[in-house]
Ligand binder design. Structure first.
Ligand code: SF4
Length: 266
């Protein structure tokens, strides 16, 4: 298998999460290019949950693109969509950018963030919305420290100036909201500030440098076999299928509760 050049890779939050979970997983996916189709594993319930989440994201994208109110085949998803319109109604003031991708390429650091929705107010305040449809609802501190929050707020602060009436984004102007239509009343905005921006910058530069400095053979397997039990590469590493897979939207995490997963012996 031909391995790719890390200098060409735009690091997504998913890539960084994969590396933190298991460097070997990162290598298999991003250097060796071993991608599994989303429906390769998992059980029927899991595949159904992914499908419903994808339909919800599609309805949301169309709605925020130009206010189109579509319908899906599932009453559950249609209810979720109605809750979304109540929570964040489309309007003509401000700017809605659904499914919007931003890339940063600076001083050897390449990052990419794909936002479910960016909303820019007429005064240049920027709100990042991320839709989650998982049955579980992580605590806000989980999201506060999550690489998705770190990458999304940082990239927007660096390159989002083109959407600001002032031509520049101050971290104070950025807020991120994870919202789940199963829990419509839970709205916990994560604000941002310059000190957090500097902290995130140092962290991301450091993490990416560590990854890029590694030789191919140095991407080692995790010692945490609980992670292997939920990894698509389990058949290659351990000769058996995973118990369950993390599947989904370009790595829509299934937010497994690692503390409550039993130790698994291979
Ligand atoms: S099965 Fe385990 S060791 Fe292999 S890539 Fe996945 S997490 Fe890493």
């Amino acid at each position: 298998m031909l391995s790719r050049n890390l200098d060409d890779l735009y690091f997504s939050q998913s890539a960084l999460v994969a590396y933190q979970n298991c460097p070997l997983k990162f290598r298999r996916r991003y250097l060796d290019g071993l991608f599994w189709p989303a429906d390769w594993g998992g059980d029927a319930d899991q595949r159904k949950a992914v499908e419903l989440g994808n339909i919800f994201h599609l309805l949301a994208q169309r709605y925020f693109f130009r206010g189109e109110i579509g319908r899906g085949d599932s009453e559950l998803v249609n209810n979720w969509f109605a809750r979304l319109r109540e929570f964040r109604p489309y309007n003509q003031s401000g700017r809605f950018l659904p499914e919007h991708e931003l890339r940063l390429n600076e001083a050897g650091i390449r990052l990419v963030a794909k936002y479910d929705l960016l909303y820019i107010t007429p005064r240049g305040k920027m709100i990042i919305y991320d839709w989650k449809t998982n049955t579980t609802l992580p605590k806000i501190n989980y999201w506060r420290k999550h690489l998705q929050t770190i990458v999304y707020r940082y990239v927007l602060s660096k390159v989002g100036g083109v959407y600001s009436p002032q031509g520049v984004v101050h971290p104070d102007d950025v807020t991120m909201i994870y919202w789940n239509p199963r829990y419509p009343g839970v709205i916990e905005p994560l604000s941002y500030n310059y000190n957090e921006f500097l902290r995130d910058e140092a962290f991301l530069q450091d993490l990416i440098s560590v990854i890029k400095d590694k030789d191919y053979e140095e991407f080692m397997a995790t010692g945490d076999q609980k992670r292997c039990a939920y990894c698509e590469y389990c058949p290659i590493c351990h000769g058996k299928r995973a118990v369950q897979l993390e599947l989904g939207e370009e790595d829509m995490d299934f937010d497994l509760d690692w503390e409550n997963i039993d130790e698994i012996q291979f």
